[in-house]
Design a protein around this ligand. Structure first.
Ligand code: MRU
Length: 377
C-alpha cells in the first residue's frame, strides 16, 4: 500500500521494524513514500531505481533485510543459529544482484556478513545473530550522514583553497548526489551545500543528466528546496558554459566505484565533463565516502558497467499539461537501436582530487594515478 507524505528531502525513513523509501521515479511531481517490508521489496526498489545513488542503494538493501529479519524473528521463524545465519547470508547474496556498479552495496554486504559470522560464533540463540545484524545495518544509516557531513567540510575547504577567484565561486555538478542519493546531506551536493552554508558559493549549475534526468528531477529539486542559487543546463551545454563563464571554477561529482588507482565510475556523462574541465583548466573533483573505494579493483577497466533498458532512452516522463498526472511520452523513432550504459569511467589523470570523509586524496606530483590504498591506511 502506498503512503502519501508531505514534501521532504528524506529518501529513507527508518524506525526499528519499519522502512519507507521515497519513490524517486515520482519526483519532482509527487512525494510518495513506499513501505519496504522485505528483501524482495528492497531488491525491486533498487532495480527499478525508486531508490538510487550508491550510498542509498547500500543502506536500503541492508535495512530491507533488517525489517525482513525482524518480522521473521518476531514470528520465531528461526529455530537455530545456523538457520538465521543461512537466511541472512543468502538474503545478502540476493540483494547484491539488484544493481552491479555501485560498490557500496557489495562493501555493505561484505561488512554485514562479517558481523553475521562473528556473532554466530558466540551466539546461543538465533535472536543474538539477528539482533547483531539489525544493529549493524542501523549503524550504516547513522554513519552515512556523518560521513557526508565530513565530505562536505573537506570538499568545500579544498575548493576555496584551490580555486582562482574566491569571490566568485561557481560550481557545476552532475546527476544527483544529495540527500536523495544518501542517508542525508549528500556527497558532491553536500559540498555545494557546505559552500552555500558558509557564504562561499555564488552559483551552482546542474546538468539535466539524460537519460534518466536525475539532475533535472532530483538535483534541481534539492537546490530549489535549499534555496541555493542554481541554474539547470542540459548535458550538451557544459562545455559552452565553461567557455563563456570562467567563474565556474570546479566540477564536483559523486562516484559509484573508485578503483585503487583513482579511476572512477560515475553516472554516464561524467567522463566528458572531466575532459572539458581539463580543457578549461578547472578543478574536477570526485566526492565519495570511503565505502565507494574498491581496492580490489585495480583500474577502471575492471569495473562492471550496468546496461539499463532501452525504454529509459526513448521515453521521457513529465506531467500532463494542466493536470496533475505523470505521463511518459516517446521521444525517439521506433526501430532505432539503443545503447544505454548507466555509468562511465573517468580516468584518474583527469581527476584533481578525491574527497572522502577521511580527507582529500591527491596525486603525488608527476604521477597520473592516485594511490588509494596508501590514502586509506
Ligand atoms: O543510476 P543512479 O542514479 O543510481 O546513479 C547515481 C550516481 O551515479 C551518483 O553520482 C553516485 O551514485 C553517487 S551518489 C552519492
Amino acid at each position: 500500500m502506498r503512503k502519501l507524505a508531505t514534501r521532504t528531502l528524506e529518501a529513507i525513513k527508518y524506525t526499528p521494524g519499519s522502512l519507507l523509501i521515497l519513490d524517486q521515479l515520482a519526483l519532482p511531481h509527487e512525494t510518495i513514500f513506499e513501505p519496504i517490508l522485505n528483501i524482495q521489496d528492497g531488491h525491486a526498489a533498487i532495480k527499478t531505481m525508486k531508490t538510487r545513488g550508491a550510498p542509498a542503494i547500500a543502506i536500503v538493501a541492508a535495512l530491507s533485510l533488517a525489517v525482513d529479519v525482524a518480522t521473521r524473528a518476531a514470528k520465531h521463524e528461526f529455530k537455530t543459529v545456523p538457520q538465521a545465519v543461512e537466511f541472512l547470508n543468502s538474503s545478502l547474496e540476493y540483494l547484491k544482484t539488484s544493481r552491479p556498479t555501485a560498490v557500496n552495496l557489495f562493501d555493505a554486504a561484505h561488512k554485514l556478513s562479517v558481523v553475521i559470522q562473528d556473532s554466530a560464533k558466540k551466539a546461543t540463540s538465533p535472536s543474538e545473530v539477528t539482533d547483531a545484524y539489525i544493529n549493524a545495518a542501523e549503524k550504516m544509516l547513522v554513519d552515512d550522514v556523518q560521513d557526508n557531513k565530513n565530505i562536505g567540510k573537506h570538499g568545500a575547504a579544498f575548493i576555496v583553497e584551490n580555486c582562482k577567484n574566491k569571490e566568485d565561486i561557481r560550481v557545476l555538478t552532475h546527476c544527483n548526489t544529495g540527500s536523495l542519493a544518501t542517508a542525508g546531506w549528500g556527497t558532491a551536493l553536500g559540498i555545494i551545500r557546505d559552500l552555500h552554508k558558509n557564504g562561499q558559493l555564488k552559483h551552482a549549475y546542474c546538468t539535466e543528466t539524460r537519460p534518466y534526468n536525475q539532475g533535472s528531477r532530483l538535483t534541481a529539486y534539492e537546490l530549489v528546496y535549499e534555496n541555493i542559487p542554481a541554474t539547470l543546463i542540459c548535458d550538451s551545454m557544459a562545455s559552452a558554459l565553461l567557455h563563456q563563464n570562467p567563474s565556474v571554477q570546479a566540477i564536483v561529482v559523486g562516484a559509484d566505484r573508485v578503483a585503487a588507482n583513482g579511476d572512477t565510475a560515475n553516472k554516464i556523462g561524467t567522463y566528458q565533463l572531466a575532459i572539458t574541465a581539463k580543457h578549461h583548466n578547472i578543478l574536477f573533483i570526485v566526492a565519495a565516502p570511503s565505502t565507494s573505494i574498491d581496492l580490489s579493483t585495480k583500474s577502471g577497466k575492471d569495473i562492471v558497467i550496468e546496461q539499463r533498458p532501452a525504454e529509459e532512452l526513448v521515453t521521457i516522463t513529465g506531467l500532463l499539461e494542466g493536470k496533475n498526472i505523470p505521463a511518459t511520452v516517446r521521444t525517439a523513432a521506433h526501430g532505432v537501436g539503443v545503447w544505454n550504459p548507466s555509468f562511465d569511467v573517468t580516468p584518474s589523470e583527469l581527476i584533481s582530487a578525491i574527497v572522502t570523509e577521511r580527507g582529500v586524496a591527491v596525486k603525488t606530483p608527476g604521477k597520473s594515478e592516485f594511490d588509494m590504498k596508501a590514502f586509506l591506511q
